[in-house]
Write a protein that binds this ligand. Structure first.
Ligand SMILES: Cc1ncc(C[n+]2csc(CCOP(=O)(O)OP(=O)(O)O)c2C)c(N)n1
Length: 345
């Protein structure tokens, strides 16, 4: 990069209030999410785990959004592809592996929730249901609680563009708009709802739907980490100032099949996928950090080695950990149970 564009580009994260260290942390989380995902695909194909829903191609927006929120007090309602998000708000590889191996020590459900249905009470990650979009009214309800209790937290919810056609999305948006609730709704528009391409799902933009509910909607390049960060931060500032919800439509592309049970080449071509792989936001952010003089191939190699080590250890731990006992079936269902174990540890 040369000339003025390089000068303005180089300070962009600083201008947005992110230190060099935070920008590097963001990149670290993106790579962690990608490596986690690739490991899960391997484990599934090796027959070690049953199922995986991949978030490859969506990590940049997820991580950027997490860094723009208050990770000490906001409430999070992620959807099943949000590995970059949950890692950025504090979940560990070990916790994720305990969940995918369905082991008793899984903090979400004691090994009984679906893979990718994240939950973590201490981190205020609210677990989801498998019917898509149920998390939107839940997020709106949490935002109502924030308003009623006059607490300065926001709730942040994600979903796919296919999910934005569900009634739950519209009902949630309407209620949030009427009551000006502190909720940020981020659609991860990855261009597909399983085999249905976006042009068969939507005749307009998801972001434009916000107009009908009386709050701002904005479309953003989901592969542009700093732009997503800026938009989510602005949405959070609006929410805590009492100005109500924001709908964000982050544009991206689902690079992996829908799940490990899907053959995506039955409905799209390899050429199409490759064309989008070339626009992957992770190498783009890496190049930005290199241009800023704060990243190098040597640091990259060290990062990959440390992630591999952490993943190997977490995989071994999750694999060897004990399964839940039959007696624990009702734990994690009710707040308190006969064994005094409680549902939300
Ligand atoms: C109410 C409901 N209908 C159908 C399904 C089956 N299903 C699971 S994921 C999915 C696609 C959702 O697409 P989108 O919201 O765009 O998210 P993506 O999977 O592309 O990230 C569907 C139809 C479901 N889980 N819930």
């Amino acid at each position: 990069m040369t000339g003025t564009s390089s000068a303005s580009q180089k300070v962009r994260h600083l201008e947005l209030g992110l230190s060099d260290e935070q920008a590097i942390d963001m990149y670290t989380m993106m790579v962690k999410a990608r490596k986690f995902d690739e490991r899960m695909l391997l484990l599934q194909r090796a027959g070690k785990i049953n199922f995986h829903v991949s978030g490859i191609g969506q990590e940049v927006a997820q991580v950027a959004a997490a860094f723009a929120l208050d990770r000490e007090q906001d409430y999070f309602l992620p959807y099943y592809r949000d590995y970059g998000f949950v890692l950025s708000v504090g979940m560990t590889f070990k916790e994720l592996l305990l969940s995918v191996f369905a082991k008793a020590e899984d903090p979400n459900s004691g090994g009984r929730q679906m893979p990718g249905h994240f939950g973590h009470k201490k981190l205020r990650i609210v677990t989801g249901s498998s019917p898509v979009t149920t998390q939107v009214p839940h997020a709106v309800g949490i935002a109502l609680a924030a308003k009623m209790k006059k607490k300065p937290f926001v709730s942040f919810v994600t979903f796919g563009e296919g999910s934005s056609n569900q009634g739950d999305f519209h009902e949630g948006c309407n209620f949030a708009g009427v009551h000006k609730l502190p909720v940020i709704l981020m659609c991860e528009n990855n261009q597909y709802a399983i085999s249905v391409p976006v042009h068969k799902q939507l005749a307009g933009k998801v972001a434009d739907r916000a107009i009908g509910y009386g709050f701002p909607g904005v479309q953003v390049d989901g592969n542009d980490a700093l732009e997503v960060f800026r938009i989510v931060k602005e949405a959070r500032d609006r929410a805590v100032a009492g100005e109500g919800p924001t709908l964000i439509e982050a544009m991206m592309y689902r690079l992996s099949p829908h799940s490990t049970s899907d053959n995506d080449l039955a409905y799209r071509t390899k050429e199409e996928v490759d064309e989008h792989r070339a626009k992957d936001g992770i190498p783009r952010f890496k190049q930005y950090l290199i241009d800023c003089g704060i990243w190098s191939e040597e640091l990259e190699a060290n990062l990959h080695a440390s992630i591999k080590k952490e993943l190997d250890e977490a995989t071994e731990y999750g694999d060897k950990a004990p399964f839940p006992t039959p007696e624990s079936t009702m734990w994690h269902v009710y707040e308190n149970d006969a064994a005094g174990q409680g549902g939300n540890r």
